[in-house]
Design a protein around this ligand. Structure first.
Ligand code: G4P
Length: 533
């Protein structure tokens, strides 16, 4: 038992959230570089650009040169075991991206210093905020011209509603970035330029800001700006309050440049020190946490055809309590089946290794015999509970689909059912319409994925017609009158797979209009009775 707690306390399991192009791939790679998992930066990026040649993942991924699905990266650093949940960085992100956040204990929000808070960051931030997990901010691309750090702090508060506590402060902005000031240690760290374009870890010089020799090294102007900025921060800024960080109300903020490696190591070390170890999770039988001596885990992602040669389906599970041992028998709660977990895998980019044991916070991939669904619980034999329901994220784009060939209806239904189980799309039915479904997705790439997979895996060509609705709301309440709602302009009334009614509406603005005309009806972004963890 002690072994489990000791091991679990070294785990730091987090996701990086950002808008495309903020530098997530670059930062991830630099974290791997400092963590010793790679020895020369450039390899992950190279993979990104040569994906056409190397990827054996989905064909669509090759065609588009993007990552459709997220992977998990693991490395050890100074006694910590770091698990990075890599979320898809493309504009067309999906529910998968959101769900990955359910497996994280904290998040790193990456912001481009010139662009500030962007659209996708906002969406991902909201999910983290709802979960109440700590959010750390890394402001990237400090080597370039960008917004003033004080203005960025204000932007975080205005746009996201979170206050920021700068853990360090940049020295030299707008193309003159040379180092960071560590506020807690009152130390300055100046980075050496090494001419390798960030391929290797950087050397740096560290000294006290009170040391006159160091002040000289900084130069008078930079020293003056720094002391003025710090005085202002100390006077007008927030106090560091760990409880507020833990509740996701205050974000520790860092400044750096992933490309040049400036500020990456100080960030990594402070982040690992402050980020939480695996936190307790809610179940039907109360809380399960590090002091629970039995194994438990939940499925947060299912990925089919990672290797078309094997036609396999991998379920990614996040361990919440106990020790996982290769070959152990567990109970899959949702099916009631006992399963032997004989081939658990871990992933570094696309390289797989077999796992012998794993602890809370760790992510492993299991071959899915076709029984797993998103959010399912696995327990050590002798235990029986479920993790709290996974939140359903409201889809934002919709299409009507049907099989091109009506003779293929059976395969079509089978494919749709399995892909829904995987959580690739949400499927709805229009009452009285039997030949077609309406599907809802978070990012439009999922439409293509669905079409492609139905053809490749089930041999079904589909007809797809995109609908011009942007908002879905489950409707409930004592005054609910489906007929009245159905007759409203520009709305579509549907049922989800559990028979719960929902309505599609063009815009948020129109939703307000409909809401005003239907007092006593509740319009819910998630199905009734389901709230985020
Ligand atoms: P993403 O995964 O978030 O989409 O971003 P990615 O790391 O691919 O980075 C997007 C672009 O931003 C890349 O440029 C990358 O080199 C650049 N970048 C990342 N970090 C920094 C930084 O700290 N400073 C500066 N100046 N640029 C940074 P690219 O031109 O699209 O690709 P490449 O030709 O550099 O590979």
């Amino acid at each position: 038992m002690e072994d489990i707690i000791t091991q679990a306390n070294t785990r730091r399991t987090f996701a990086i959230i950002s808008h495309p192009d903020a530098g997530k791939t670059t930062l991830t790679e630099k974290l791997l570089l400092y963590g010793g998992a790679i020895h020369l930066a450039g390899s992950v990026k190279a993979r990104k650009t040569t994906k056409h040649a190397t990827s054996d993942w989905m064909e669509i991924e090759k065609q588009r040169g993007i990552s459709v699905t997220s992977s998990v990266l693991q490395f050890d650093y100074q006694g910590f075991r770091v698990n990075i949940l890599d979320t898809p960085g493309h504009q067309d992100f999906s529910e998968d991206t959101y769900r990955t956040l359910m497996a994280a204990d904290s998040a790193v929000m990456l912001i481009d210093v010139a662009k500030g808070v962007e659209e996708q960051t906002k969406k991902l931030f909201r999910v983290c905020k709802e979960r109440g997990i700590p959010i750390f901010t890394f402001v990237n691309k400090l080597d370039r011209f960008g917004k003033n750090p004080f203005d960025l702090m204000e932007e975080l508060e205005k746009v996201l509603g979170i206050r920021a506590y700068p853990m360090n402060w940049p020295i030299g902005v707008d193309g003159n970035y040379t180092g960071v000031y560590n506020r807690q240690k009152a130390q300055v760290e100046l980075f050496d330029k090494d001419g390798t374009h960030g391929q290797k870890a950087l050397a740096s010089t560290v000294g006290s800001v009170n040391d006159p020799a160091f002040q000289q090294l900084l130069g008078e102007a930079a020293y003056q700006t720094l002391t003025d900025d710090i005085a202002l921060l100390d006077m007008a800024g927030d106090q560091f309050d760990y409880d507020k960080v833990a509740r996701g109300e205050l974000t520790p903020m860092f400044f750096g440049s992933a490309m040049t490696n400036f500020g990456v190591q100080p960030f990594l070390e402070e982040f690992l020190r402050l980020a939480p170890a695996p936190t307790p999770r809610q179940t039907s039988e109360g809380t399960v946490g590090l002091d629970s001596d039995f194994f438990s885990a939940f499925v947060f992602k299912i990925q089919a055809n990672m290797n078309p040669a094997h036609r396999d389906r991998i379920a990614f599970i996040r361990i919440c309590s106990g020790k996982f041992e290769r070959g152990m028998n567990v109970l899959h709660i949702q099916s009631g089946k006992q399963l032997k977990l004989s081939q658990p895998q871990q992933f570094l980019a696309q390289d797989r290794t077999i796992v012998e044991d794993a602890y809370p916070g760790d992510i492993i991939g299991l071959f899915d015999p076709g029984v797993f669904g998103i959010g399912d619980t696995l327990c050590q034999l002798g235990h029986q509970f479920r993790f709290k329901d996974f939140p359903v994220f409201p889809p934002e784009q919709f299409a009507r689909v049907q099989a091109k060939d009506t003779m293929k209806r059976k395969q079509f239904i089978k494919g749709m059912t399995q892909l829904t189980q995987e959580g690739a799309v949400q499927v709805f039915r229009q009452p009285d319409v039997i030949e077609s479904f309406v599907i809802g997705v978070v990012g439009s790439l999922q439409f293509e994925v669905l079409e492609y997979r139905l053809k490749q895996e089930y041999g079904v060509d589909i007809l797809m017609h995109q609908l011009s609705y942007g908002v879905a709301r489950w409707v409930t309440g004592e005054n609910l009158n489906p007929k009245a709602l159905k007759s409203m302009d520009n709305c579509m009334l549907l049922e989800d797979t559990n028979g719960r009614p929902l309505i599609l509406i063009a815009t948020e603005w129109q939703l307000n209009w409909v809401r005003e005309r239907n007092p006593g009806v509740e319009f819910l972004a998630t199905p009734p009775g389901m709230t985020p963890e």
